[in-house]
Design a protein around this ligand. Structure first.
Ligand SMILES: Cc1ncc(C[n+]2csc(CCOP(=O)(O)OP(=O)(O)O)c2C)c(N)n1
Ligand SMILES: CC(=O)[C@@H](O)[C@H](O)COP(=O)(O)O
Ligand SMILES: [Mg+2]
Length: 584
């Protein structure tokens, strides 16, 4: 029976509880999270790990006046439930429901919108400096950041700045020794030594002028409340090191922390994963990348693989297992990943730098200044391009074609299926004199028998999938699937342009001469993307065919299943079919 949790409508109710009630509340909150995530899916382990910390923070601090910022925000389910969203929590990450991440417009308790890592310290410091300027000396600003996220460059930049201010900022390091995959790097080793007590004297956080305390047990209310109370009454930059267990309270989630980061559906009672019936399905694009790079690297010793903290998500883990000396997880460090690849390329290595489309946004200048300007043949594999579904606005990879297309020297390719992904990977490791971005979507593709013998792809060459009349549909990447289905019974031409840059101009001359109307289809923002490239081509060559550009509208797309979101923006098969019919 859930009793205490039902009484909490806001942190004010929580603050009315006696400290003796808090362990029972933690138990109920944990079970509530488990029950809902078991059926609705989402991030599990991180929120389970900070249940006590979440309660202790809202209990001690005067939220929402005191500003609480969760780094990444995938651990904030408890925070959402305690701050008035308990009854909406079953809609978490669903279309029209609450977001899986803190979001300012959703609640006054969500002080800062998040989803990408390593932002919390800078944001909290900004708020703390603002409070100071406004003369509010009592207000507290708290950043809760994980051990993997604190290794991100911006977190260091924030610490470096905070240490020379007298701003009221409290950084809480939630150290569970794991990100999505095990944390990496020298900082991780340092934190392990701190926990073992072998690094007492050379504390790097103290050296940066923080009031450092810890490490303390993040599941022990007594220790948490005592220390948070002290810190609440301490001015200036403070740093509390808290040790927690990711997945705490669910046996399987503690035992397999990687799988239970976001486990999909599971049995809330036993914790066992609910596995789908084994029907043969096409592979996930990420696995095609992961297996193909291993296959290629076996014969090409120059190939190296790089991932910033996503070995499982990108499937680079296969290469890390098979060739640990040639595959690198560099932690949450997208900027470093890109320039590391650039450095390797200068020395004749062939770096495959695999980054989710949305996270590559973090390394924009590195792509321009360190890679493209020097025309270094780095192979960017952009996973999770297009609409990604339930992670929503922070994670959709819908800007890459636009932000990459304007960069000189960069080739941009989008495979329409797994075989094309394999073949382009094969092609570019044979010979490449410029950087290339290969963007592909989240999830499964379309080809069951994907492991076909390699074939080279001619750079800049599109292909005709169907010849029709009057109307030509030009798709890029996996949008070919919906288009193919939509035109099944229509006399419409379909071209898979494959390359957004360079465009296949020979093919375009033919298309513009032989069709009256051209429709472009992409799962990228309409502004500046593939369709814009076709419009530029038309203008440059004074074609006055009707050109209609379909893609993501100029607004942030929220969460929902990918199918629902495609429908919402008119990119699903039925919407496309209706549109094509109206143009015939
Ligand atoms: C810039 C960026 N890169 C990568 C990710 C993907 N990502 C989400 S959570 C996570 C691991 C976070 O680990 P940690 O900070 O230790 O928090 P924990 O999950 O352990 O609570 C990663 C790599 C991201 N959200 N943002
Ligand atoms: C919070 C975060 O950024 C990741 O956990 C992300 O949700 C992973 O996305 P995939 O599920 O597509 O790997
Ligand atoms: Mg962690």
């Amino acid at each position: 029976m859930q009793n205490l949790l039902q009484q909490i409508h806001s942190p004010e109710d929580l603050r009315d509880l006696s400290t003796n009630d808090l362990p029972e509340l933690a138990k109920e909150l944990r079970q509530f999270i488990i029950n809902i995530v078991a059926t609705k899916e989402g991030h599990l382990g991180a929120s389970l790990g900070v249940v006590e910390l979440t309660i202790a923070l809202h209990y001690t601090f005067n939220t929402p006046n005191d500003q609480l910022i969760w780094d990444v925000g995938h651990q904030a389910y408890g925070h959402k439930i305690l701050t008035g969203r308990r009854d909406q929590f079953h809609t978490n990450r669903q279309l029209g429901g609450i977001s899986g991440f803190p979001k300012r417009e959703e609640s006054e308790y969500d002080s800062f919108g998040v989803g990408h890592a390593s932002t919390s310290i800078s944001a909290a410091l900004g708020m703390a400096i603002a409070s100071k300027i406004k003369g509010d000396t009592e207000k507290q600003h708290i950043a809760v950041i994980g051990d993997a996220s604190i290794a991100g460059g911006m977190a260091f930049e924030g610490l470096n700045h905070a240490g020379v201010t007298d701003a009221n900022i409290l950084v809480i390091l939630n150290d569970n020794a794991i990100g999505i995959d095990p944390s990496v790097g020298a900082l991780k080793q340092y934190l392990t030594n701190v926990k073992k007590g072998t690094q007492k004297r050379n504390n790097i956080i103290k050296a940066l002028n923080f009031d450092y305390s810890g490490p303390i047990d993040g599941h022990d209310f007594e220790a948490l409340l005592k220390e948070l109370k002290r810190l609440k009454n301490t001015k200036g930059p403070k740093f509390l090191h808290v040790i927690t267990t990711k997945g705490k309270g669910l046996k399987q989630a503690e035992a397999d922390q990687v799988k239970y980061h976001a486990p999909g559906k599971f049995d809330a009672k036993t914790g066992d994963l609910i596995t789908k019936a084994k029907v043969k399905q096409p592979p996930k694009y990420q696995d095609v990348f992961g297996h193909t790079i291993v296959e290629l690297a076996k014969t090409n010793p120059k190939i190296v693989g790089i991932t910033p903290a996503m070995p499982t998500g990108s499937s680079l883990k296969f290469m890390m297992e098979a060739m640990p000396d040639r595959a690198f997880d560099v932690g949450i460090a997208e900027q470093h990943a890109v320039t590391l690849a650039a450095g390797m390329a200068t020395q004749g290595l062939i770096p495959f730098c695999n980054i989710y489309s949305t996270f590559l946004q973090r390394a924009y200048d590195q792509i321009i200044h360190d890679v493209a300007l020097q025309k270094l043949p780095v192979i960017f594999c952009l996973d999770r391009a297009g609409l990604v579904g339930a992670d929503g606005a922070t994670h959709h990879g819908v800007f890459d074609l636009s932000y990459l297309r304007c960069i000189p020297n960069l080739i941009i390719f989008a495979p329409r299926n797994e075989i094309e992904l394999r073949n382009i990977m094969y092609t570019v490791q044979l010979e490449l004199d410029a950087p290339i971005a290969i963007r592909y979507p989240r999830g499964i593709g379309v080809t069951i028998n994907w492991k076909q013998p390699f074939e080279s792809i001619e750079i800049g060459k599109g292909s005709c999938l169907k010849e029709g009349q009057k109307l030509a549909v030009l798709s890029i990447g996996n949008m070919a699937k919906n288009v193919t289905e939509a035109i099944e019974n229509l006399e419409v031409s379909h071209y898979d342009m494959r390359f957004v840059k360079p465009l296949d101009e020979t093919l375009l001359y033919h298309i513009f001469k032989s069709h009256h109307t051209i429709v472009t289809v992409e799962d990228n923002t309409i502004k500046g993307g593939f369709g814009s490239a076709i419009l530029e081509f038309a203008a440059q060559h004074s074609y006055n065919n009707t050109v209609k550009v379909l893609g993501i509208p100029d607004t942030f797309i929220e969460h929902g299943s990918t199918a629902e979101l495609q429908q919402a923006v008119g990119l699903d098969t039925n919407s496309l079919k209706a549109l094509f019919e109206s143009l015939l």
